[in-house]
Ligand binder design. Structure first.
Ligand code: IVH
Length: 681
């Protein structure tokens, strides 16, 4: 058939009418899944639009469907400040968590009545913010860190289910619509098929594919990808002369649908938390049949008024929660077990697996933790095992499929000698961990100690990654931490894959790292059990290294969160002459830090006060709260008595709260505690 002749529009009115028609057709096609004209008709009108816009460039409107096909590539994304922060969600992992969430809401709203919830699948894609001014799409942005995202306007315009202009006339003057951009499973499969055919790299999962497609500076690439957008809330709103938005969250979403958005077809209203649980079970059953990947269900208190009363904690609203689906599991074969040696000599058995796709990635290793875990699982080499990968947690072996055990399966035997340095391996009485006794003679321990020493929260040596440490140790350039500061340019630039420029950069980074702080230095030393927080507490308590090194166990126990076991590790570390020498060498090489002014106990603001913590803390862990209070000089006790100064009561508080009330002890909630701690920062 011959190509039809396409006549450009004769007038601007005709052109604008064409824009409106094409907008309607594309909404029918992308959002309603119900096109009223055949594709050929759409294509013909679309070509007419293009022809018109080519000859009459001054007519082109920002919301023309032609703007979806992708404009000029960008050099970089610019930043967008969110006028209302884009929060994340707290998670629930079982029915009890969900019921707790409901109970907390009822308590905060001081009601025993059922709360109504909006229920929606949690789409596994990328959050997006779309800003409309007078109904025209002005800007699309990623969530970023929640307060600042990236401007992806050109890219979002290529997505068919995102309206470039809102339908109807009752939308707010400024309206920010939020939702998830995702790639339906079918589109994902096609995309990967194409990649396979061309011998290109495939995407691991639809989420990655969606993210990769959105982060394209060339929006033509985005335009070629099968992306969708599903709206799930509004952000910034300025009504202008428009009527108020509906009171209920679900009705707001129906409004968004009227204005042209795709909303989730599975969305439901639950009259109470029991109905939420049934909804969750129902969606879990149909999950695999859905056209898109989901990783849980989002429940939102449906009344906006109640949402406002519940408010937010630092990173998530109190009125919403994501109930995650159970971790994803797969079956594979354990092909071998290798033993890795960690920084403290701990020997960890690592399962080498026949690669398996689970939880969205290909997994070929899983930790077996220690001897006890191997025994608990009763696992042998050659076994078929169930691997679990939940979220970003490292893969675990959950169990053995025993009836698939082959005849030649072999037991896992722990080495008696270190696989790296041959030193004897010992397990202390009562400890499940087996350790290499080689200390710093062991290249594996040295490497791990060095990796820890230079890491970001320790000495923070820029550009000194794991691979480079391996090379430095293997080439005999570095044995201990202080050797790093004696590296010479020639030797470093002679390493494989090292150019002179990068060698210079490394030496410069090492030079910079010499100026450090006492907490960082203490953490960097890698004393067993001494994490970042303890290092900080030790530094603040003793003020300088000499005072710490000469402290006895009693003195160490005065430091918050130092217990007898840790005190022993600290004493043991400083009693070892090799460690003392290493510290001297580090200082001689120029590593230095300022001393810290130590406050006497009676100068601390909470000296003489005794706190008790009860109920659930939602914004910090109990240990964090305790450490923060102790840092200010307070004592933190386990039970309420007449000596208690303040009780911090979170949701779910019981007998301690009652006792405190009876004794007339001051009672505060977590928010008040946080305010108090901030006052003393
Ligand atoms: S509501 C303040 N609803 O899940 C409420 N989020 O950690 C914020 N997500 O990055 C989100 N489906 O992009 C909401 N139906 C849904 C959702 C949803 C997916 C994503 C969202 C956010 C993450 C929450």
């Amino acid at each position: 058939m011959s190509q039809q002749n396409i006549e450009p529009c004769a007038s601007r009115e005709e052109y604008l009418a064409l824009v409106a028609t094409l907008q309607r057709y594309s909404h029918e096609y992308y959002v309603q899944d119900a096109p009223s004209v055949p594709d050929a008709e759409y294509d013909r009108l679309f070509r007419q639009l293009q022809a018109t816009e080519q000859s009459q460039t001054e007519w082109v409107v920002a919301d023309s469907p032609s703007q979806r096909v992708g404009g000029k590539p960008l050099a970089a994304f610019s930043q967008v400040d969110h006028r209302v922060p884009m929060l994340s969600l707290d998670n629930a992992f079982n029915d009890e968590d969900l019921e707790d969430f409901n109970r907390r809401n009822q308590e905060r709203l001081a009601t025993n009545s059922d709360l109504e919830y909006g229920c929606e699948p949690k789409l596994d894609g990328i959050a997006v913010s779309l800003m409309y001014h007078n109904g025209v799409l002005q800007q699309g942005a990623t969530r970023g860190d929640g307060s600042t995202g990236e401007d992806i306007t050109q890219n979002v315009k290529t997505i068919g289910s995102i309206p470039l202009r809102l339908q109807g006339d009752d939308f707010p003057e400024i309206l920010e619509v939020r939702g998830e951009i995702y790639m339906p499973k079918e589109g994902f499969a096609h995309l990967n098929q194409k990649a396979r055919d061309k011998g290109e790299k495939e995407f691991a999962n639809p989420r990655n594919a969606a993210a990769g497609s959105l982060r394209q500076l060339d929006s033509k690439i985005t335009a070629s990808r099968p992306l969708e957008m599903c709206a799930y809330s509004v952000g910034f709103v300025e009504l202008g002369s428009a009527p108020e938005l509906p009171e209920k969250h679900t009705d707001i979403l129906y409004k968004l649908r009227d204005w042209g958005f795709l909303i989730n077809a599975q969305m439901k209203v639950a009259a109470n938390i029991k109905e939420c649980i049934s909804y969750y079970q129902h969606i879990a059953e149909v999950r695999d049949e859905l056209a898109y990947d989901i990783d849980g269900i989002v429940f939102k208190v449906n009344s906006s008024e109640q949402q406002q009363r519940l408010g937010f904690v630092s990173r998530a609203p109190r009125w919403a929660i994501a109930y995650k689906f159970p971790a994803q599991e797969e079956v594979t074969i354990l092909q071998d077990v290798e033993f890795q040696v960690g920084r403290t000599g701990a020997i960890t058995p690592v399962a080498r697996l026949e690669p398996v796709f689970v939880g969205g990635v290909t997994v070929s290793n899983a930790t077996l933790h220690n001897r006890d875990e191997v025994a608990r699982l009763g696992v042998k080499v050659g076994d078929t095992v169930i691997v679990r990968r939940a979220g970003d947690v490292i893969p675990q072996i959950v169990s053995v499929v025993e009836d698939r055990r082959p005849d030649n399966a072999t037991d896992i035997t722990f080495p008696e000698q270190c696989p790296v340095c041959d030193s004897p391996v010992v397990s202390k009485e009562g400890e499940v961990v087996a350790r290499c006794t080689g200390g710093l003679i062991c290249a594996a321990q040295r490497k791990e100690a060095l990796k820890h020493f230079v890491s970001r929260k320790a000495m923070d040596v820029d550009g000194l990654g794991d691979k480079l440490i391996d090379q430095l140790v293997e080439n005999g350039l570095v044995e201990s931490m202080a050797d790093l500061f004696h590296l010479e340019l020639n030797a470093v630039s002679a390493l494989e894959r090292m150019a002179e420029k990068s060698a210079q950069n490394l030496l410069q980074a090492l030079e910079q790292a010499k100026q450090t702080s006492l907490p960082r230095f203490l953490f960097a030393l890698g004393i067993r059990e001494v994490g970042e927080a303890t290092a900080r507490n030790l530094a603040q308590h003793f003020g300088n290294l000499d005072a710490l090194m000469s402290a006895n166990a009693d003195k160490l126990l005065e430091v918050s969160d130092v217990g007898p076991i840790m005190a022993e590790f600290i004493l043991g570390f400083f009693a070892d002459s090799r460690n003392r020498q290493e510290i001297e060498r580090l200082q001689a090489a120029g590593v230095q830090w300022p001393d810290i002014e130590v406050k006497a106990a009676d100068e601390l603001p909470m000296n003489d006060l005794t706190y008790v913590l009860t109920g659930t803390l939602e914004q910090m862990s109990r240990n964090e709260a305790k450490a923060a209070l102790q840092e200010l000089g307070a004592k933190v006790a386990g039970s309420v008595s007449a000596k208690t100064s303040v009780l911090v009561a979170g949701p779910g508080a019981g007998s301690k709260l009652k006792k405190a009330q009876d004794l007339g002890v001051e009672i505060i909630d977590e928010d008040a505690l946080i305010a108090l701690l901030q006052q003393h920062r």
